[in-house]
Write a protein of this length. Structure first.
Length: 484
């Protein structure tokens, strides 16, 4: 393959993808591509949630590390109006590896179809539901930016971001695809727009009520740094360089995680219920417009995370119900301000703990960020580790823990006195997935020992996440062509 353009960082996974792709094209395995025409390559990594996690939708500060594992997307223009997507990861799986649809499906005349219709379409066939993360970008670009597509596209996807492990394989896929589509059609989008549009793909096409930190990390994350993002809604702060003395690892618990699951959604709804009740207690002006609740909030600006723990404990915590039936809440308070979830009248929601967690988590993340920027002594490492353990406990109080992740965290805690590991916490949306570890530099031996202990107790050998890589903004876009 010949690189025609693109100033990108040389990365082993991209080099291997291009090499394998070139061999396939030369052997006639084209995946729908025309070997005589240019092909654009994009890349986006997954992420390790070091601190912040589920507090992102409540406006907290989050600290995220882009991981070494990433999704790579190749795209090429077609002469017709078809979108053809091939996922190399779906080969030899229960899912279909190929998906094809006409661009015209997304439009009624010149008007884009409703997000709800597209979501229903993709969810009706489990074998191809994965395509919503990619094809959904076309509809979001049409809806949100009024972009038009004069021709179709062929896309090839390969990812080594493990799915269901809480390291945001979905955001890596969305961002790689969105970057590729924007490049092919010469759409002018800022990196922040890329991330926010990808969040809409996941919220409204896939139907998963995630916050924005995953997509922002896949775009803006930098190697060997923690991306600092104030989720109000997506304000990038100065990145936090990971000190030379420490290192972050991830260990997969073996329990599949999903942000589209009921637990994550109900905790999110419970947090917005809590904010709505607090707004009432604080005497804020509340109105309902077109079925949506609006709160005029000059005090906390609409975000739970802006409350201080002391104010919450002294004046508000005792007035929040531990839980409430959806119908009772709707009758008394009308609704919530969350644009991507709604209260189910027939469900009972926890309120106190889901409300408390982002308030305390935001405080913990700010403390973590301040401490890690100073010379990191062993005393400081113990404090940083305690903040991670507190974060993990907050997840458990919300009902987002799991036996496997609890075991990993407890094994890390027990080993702290005689190893280089100082902290551990569940990541992302919780309910399984990966545990993030804080350790001294070159602590792989201690991490491997922890891994073996978990294997002995459970029979499962955790996937190890080690190292980081750049987000899509820093990788850029590469245009290649088969050498004839």
């Amino acid at each position: 393959m010949k690189i025609l353009s693109g100033k990108t960082q040389a990365l082993p996974d991209v080099e291997k993808f291009i090499s394998d792709f070139g061999v396939s094209l030369s052997q006639g395995k084209a995946f729908g591509f025309d070997s005589s025409q240019p092909i654009t390559i994009t890349r986006a990594p997954g992420r390790l949630d070091v601190m912040g996690g589920i507090a992102d939708y409540s406006g907290a500060l989050v600290l995220q590390m882009p991981i070494r594992e990433a999704t790579i997307c190749a795209i090429q223009a077609r002469s017709d109006r078809q979108i053809r997507i091939t996922s190399l990861n779906r080969k030899n799986s229960a899912h279909d590896a190929e998906f094809e649809i006409s661009l015209d499906y997304f439009f009624q005349g010149k008007t884009p179809i409703a997000y709800e219709d597209a979501q229903q379409f993709f969810q009706q066939n489990e074998k191809t539901s994965w395509a919503a993360y990619v094809a959904g970008a076309f509809l979001v670009l049409a809806q949100e930016k009024n972009f038009h597509f004069p021709h179709g596209a062929t896309l090839l996807i390969r990812s080594n971001v493990p799915e269901g492990k809480g390291v945001s394989s979905s955001a890596a896929l969305e961002v790689a695809a969105m970057e590729a589509i924007a490049a092919l059609y010469n759409f002018s989008l800022t990196p922040e727009e890329i991330a926010l549009l990808c969040q809409k793909v996941e919220n409204f096409i896939v139907g998963a009520p995630c916050g924005v930190m995953d997509q922002m990390t896949a775009v803006f994350g930098r190697e060997n740094e923690l991306m600092a993002l104030l989720c109000q809604p997506a304000q990038l702060l100065a990145p936090v360089k990971i000190p030379d003395e420490i290192e972050f690892f991830g260990l997969d618990s073996g329990v599949r995680h999903s942000v589209s699951g009921a637990d994550y959604t109900s905790v999110r709804v419970g947090a917005f219920m809590g904010y709505r009740i607090i707004a009432e207690l604080a005497g804020l002006k509340i109105s309902a417009e077109k079925g949506k609740t609006r709160i005029n909030d000059p005090r906390w600006h609409g975000y739970l995370a802006n409350l201080s723990p002391s104010i919450f404990e002294q004046f508000l915590a005792q007035q929040l119900p531990p839980e409430i039936k959806g119908s009772e809440f709707l009758e008394k308070y009308g609704g919530i301000t969350d644009p991507v979830t709604q209260v189910n009248p027939g469900r009972t929601y926890a309120v106190l703990n889901p409300t408390k967690h982002p308030i305390y988590e935001n405080f913990r993340v700010k403390a973590f960020a301040n401490l890690i920027e100073k010379p990191v002594s062993e005393k400081t490492l113990h404090i940083l580790g305690e903040l991670m353990y507190q974060s993990h406990a907050g997840y458990s109080a919300c009902g987002l823990g799991s036996d496997a992740t609890d075991l990993l965290v407890e094994l890390a805690r027990q080993s702290e006195t005689n190893s280089a590991i100082f902290g551990a916490k569940i990541t992302g949306g919780g309910s399984g997935g990966t545990v993030a570890l804080l350790s001294k530099k070159s602590a792989l031996e201690s991490v491997e020992k922890l891994r073996q202990q978990f294997l002995q107790k459970t029979g499962y050998s955790p996937y190890l996440f080690q190292g980081s890589s750049p987000g899509s903004r820093w990788f850029g876009r590469m245009k290649i062509k088969l050498i004839e």
